[in-house]
Design a protein around this ligand. Structure first.
Ligand code: AOS
Ligand code: ZN
Ligand code: ZN
Length: 424
């Protein structure tokens, strides 16, 4: 399944008068319009391979039709997303849910679709069939050296897969933790985790990074061994320059000031990147921007300000990725919505009058500082996103085009109605 460019152009044509009117309206008030558009055009968000099938909960799973049954089909789905929004030019694999044994043909397919491979993810939170040792009581922190060795070995294997595909980072999320007080010696568990990560770190190619994700709870409900950004940063600092902290928006206790965490990690050169999603209660993995778009905007405010202060290229200095899972939506539509929400927050942050904000802060003019932020946040930047997409050869309205072109039904015809994607 591939979307022909002329079909996108035809759909754009039907929308063009309205788009032009909206675009001119918002563009009139923007000083550095070309700068903003160039940044939006360069911006891409990686798609996780596990989000392309319908997700489930522990209570069940309701599969949709036409889901990708192989890595090739997952790559094709990302190709569809990228053809529509021109902002999803990479895929992040999860081993062994994906097994890229035929690296050169996989790579060739991706290249044809204008895609490359983002961070590779290891998986030591499930027992794989034929595994000698169980991760029931953890992996890199396990009390038994042979279990730790198996988990280290798996991570090195993931690096090797990634090398063949041209990935440049290993993303590690551990479910290691404890369910009851007394189960674990915190200090020793942390030290063992550090030791195991050091072995993995030593196996990284010179131009690779290791991204360390944290999470406060789930699947363990008393302690998680890498439970917050402090613990992740501590490990990243001990490991060295190639290690940094990955922020998954859903991995915070309610009401945590995530933007402040982001600001300080960036200041320390230790922000690896993001797993974007949204949540109301916990690690809900909901569509980005569906619950709290203002928080997302405030995060992007810190990102733009902090990256500019450090002279970092927005699009390429850190990892931009979605980590979501969808029970009731078409996964492709949901991912299109998530990327769109991220670009909206980014565009709004680009519109903030930074010098004016600095002056207001200097003068302790609290009301004005808030006005400046909200002026940007309340701007309807959607015509800017549409224009950036158009200039890159994408759609003015990705979801509209996806529906108009009846992509899902074509996928169902091609793959069948009863499909189950590998992964979550
Ligand atoms: C788990 O909660 C984390 O968000 C990880 O990033 C995980 O690897 C991913 O969700 C796939 O399970
Ligand atoms: Zn995550
Ligand atoms: Zn998560």
């Amino acid at each position: 399944m591939q979307i022909e460019k002329y079909l996108i152009d035809e759909h754009n044509h039907q929308l063009s008068t309205k788009h032009q009117r909206n675009f001119e309206h918002v563009a009139a008030d923007i000083n550095n319009l070309d700068g903003v558009l160039t940044k939006l055009q360069a911006f891409n968000v990686a798609i996780p391979s596990w989000a392309l099938g319908t997700g489930g909960t522990r209570f069940g799973r309701f599969s949709g039709g036409g889901e990708p049954g192989s890595l090739e089909e997952k790559i094709e789905d990302v190709g569809v997303i990228h053809a529509l929004n021109r902002s999803s030019n990479s895929i992040s694999l999860h081993i062994p849910w994906d097994i890229p044994d035929n690296a050169s043909s996989i790579k060739q397919l991706a290249t044809q679709l204008g895609l490359h491979f983002d961070a590779v993810n290891s998986n030591t939170f499930q027992d794989q069939k034929d595994a000698e040792h169980s991760y029931k009581f953890g992996s890199l922190h396990h009390v038994d050296k042979v279990v730790r060795a198996q988990a280290v070995e798996h991570n090195i294997q993931v690096i090797n897969y990634g090398k063949e595909l041209g990935s440049k980072a290993l993303s590690v999320w551990l479910s290691d933790g404890s369910n009851f007080p007394g189960q674990l010696n915190f200090r020793e568990a942390f030290q063992r985790t550090h030791e195991s990560l050091q072995e993995i770190y030593n196996a990284l190619p010179h131009d690779w990074k290791i991204w360390i994700e944290y999470k406060p709870y789930e699947p363990n409900f008393y302690s998680t061994t890498i439970g917050d950004w402090g613990q992740s940063l501590l490990l990243a600092n001990k490991l060295g320059d190639k290690a940094a902290t990955l922020v998954d928006l859903g991995h915070h206790l309610p009401n945590t000031n995530i933007e402040q965490i982001v600001s300080l990690l960036l200041m320390e050169g230790k922000l690896a990147g993001f797993h974007f999603n949204d949540s109301k209660y916990g690690d809900d993995d909901l569509t980005v921007g569906s619950i709290n778009p203002y928080q997302l905007f405030l995060i992007f405010n810190e990102l733009v300000e902090g990256m500019d202060a450090r002279g970092m290229a927005h699009a390429t200095s850190i990892g931009w990725m979605i980590d979501a899972s969808h029970n009731v939506k078409d996964p492709i539509e949901d991912l299109l919505q998530s990327v769109q929400a991220i670009k909206i927050a980014y565009a709004q942050a680009l519109l903030i009058d930074t010098p004016a904000l600095k002056t207001a802060q200097q003068n302790n003019d609290v009301a004005l500082a808030q006005e400046i932020l909200q002026q940007a946040y309340r701007t309807d930047v959607r015509p800017l996103i549409a224009e950036a997409s158009l200039r890159e050869g994408g759609s003015l309205d990705p979801i509209g085009a996806y529906r108009k072109l009846d992509v899902r039904n074509n996928l169902i015809k091609e793959r069948g109605l009863k499909t189950v994607a590998t992964g979550l």
